[in-house]
Design a binder for this molecule. Structure first.
Ligand code: PLP
Length: 344
């Protein structure tokens, strides 16, 4: 099977498993696990923050960031298609008593004019606007990258109004490889940054939340509250460390493969890619109603040995990753061309 459903489907490589097998471990809840410490230090350094903390998932790092930046009755501002708002069960409301103010972006990207004056005035009738969250790369935007210039501009506007800033950087590594800008530069304007090791980097589990030393201390307390304290977590951290050391630069291959897939999609008469040239490793495309639905595409593709996600009634998502060879991508392209050139 050529599995294009997500970059989370990758299996740890033999070398990564070796690193996990031989990881030195401790009890990270009682005091320390040396491999977790090493991962946290390396992540903080890469992101240019004082400290970082390892957690089981990107949902947890995002939700703990919200929890630590905001208080019940506060409002955070985000793009309407973002992960925090759409794919985390409204945990910000369920777990932290927060309200979201969503702004419609263009392929996930917000504009400066939308942030200007976004903070509500202080009035006993109103929630307090506290935080701006951005997502880089933007998943539902088709892996769109926020440039360092746009990032800086939006965060400056937020800071001028006294707002805090958080980055959901689940795929920040893709953004860095695509732009050539360092992780540190892309993270710099934010008070906190969340990154995932289990997406394009190919580790089996884990995310880190980075920020100031005080913020991370607060996040560690919240992690215990949210049930995310892990004991011999060095086994997992070793996989993530291996990914940081070996799997960042190769993301360029995934981006090239996504371009091949987008080309194949564009060459059909029935399918239309969101972007002719995708920024990173995600290709979202529209299925013409005359051809059928996205669900139907997923079924037909499966019969041909290709797994995809129906992202909406007429929209399909393909994601490239390190378990897909260029050979498999070429096969996927042929399947897309073949399916898309006939009305089913
Ligand atoms: C995957 C993802 C997350 C976190 O997801 P988990 O499955 O909880 O690790 C957060 N934000 C974005 C944009 C993502 O793609």
């Amino acid at each position: 099977m050529i599995d294009l459903r997500s970059d989370t489907v990758t299996k740890p490589t033999p070398a990564m498993r070796d690193a996990m097998l031989s990881a030195e471990v401790g009890d990270d809840v009682i005091d320390v696990d040396p491999t977790v410490i090493a991962l946290q230090e390396k992540t903080a350094e890469l992101l240019g923050k004082e400290a970082a903390i390892f957690m089981p998932s990107g949902t947890m790092t995002n939700q703990i960031a919200l929890r630590c930046h905001c208080s019940p009755g506060d409002e955070f501002v985000c793009e309407s298609q973002c992960h925090i708002y759409n794919y985390e069960q409204g945990a910000f409301a369920q777990l932290s008593g927060l309200v979201a103010k969503t702004l419609d972006g263009e392929k996930g990207l917000l504009k400066a004019a939308q942030i200007r004056g976004v903070k509500r005035h202080e009035d006993d009738h109103l929630v307090l606007t506290r935080l701006l969250c951005l997502e880089n790369t933007h998943n539902r935007g088709g892996g769109k990258v926020y440039s360092k210039e746009l990032t800086q501009e939006l965060c400056n506007l937020a800071h001028e109004q006294g707002l805090l800033t958080h980055l959901d950087g689940a795929r920040l590594f893709n953004a860095s490889v695509a732009t050539g800008d360092s992780l540190e530069v892309l993270s710099k304007p934010f008070a906190s940054v969340s990154v995932c090791f289990s997406k394009g980097l190919g580790a089996p589990v884990g995310s880190c939340l980075a920020g100031s030393r005080d913020f991370v201390r607060k996040a560690r307390r919240a992690r215990k509250l949210f049930g995310g304290g892990m004991r011999q977590a060095g086994v997992l951290a070793a996989g993530a460390l291996f990914a940081l050391e070996n799997h960042i630069d190769r993301l360029a291959i995934d981006h090239e493969n996504a371009r091949l897939l987008a080309d194949a999609v564009a060459s059909t008469s029935s399918f239309r890619p969101m972007d002719a040239i995708p920024d990173t490793n995600i290709v979202i495309f529209h299925v013409d109603e005359a051809w059928g639905t996205a669900k139907k595409f997923a079924e037909v593709a499966k019969e041909r040995g290709m797994l995809v996600i129906a992202f909406g009634p007429q929209s399909v998502r393909l994601v490239t990753h390190l378990d897909l060879s260029t050979e498999q991508i070429r096969t996927a392209c042929e399947v897309i061309r073949e399916i898309g050139s006939r009305v089913a």
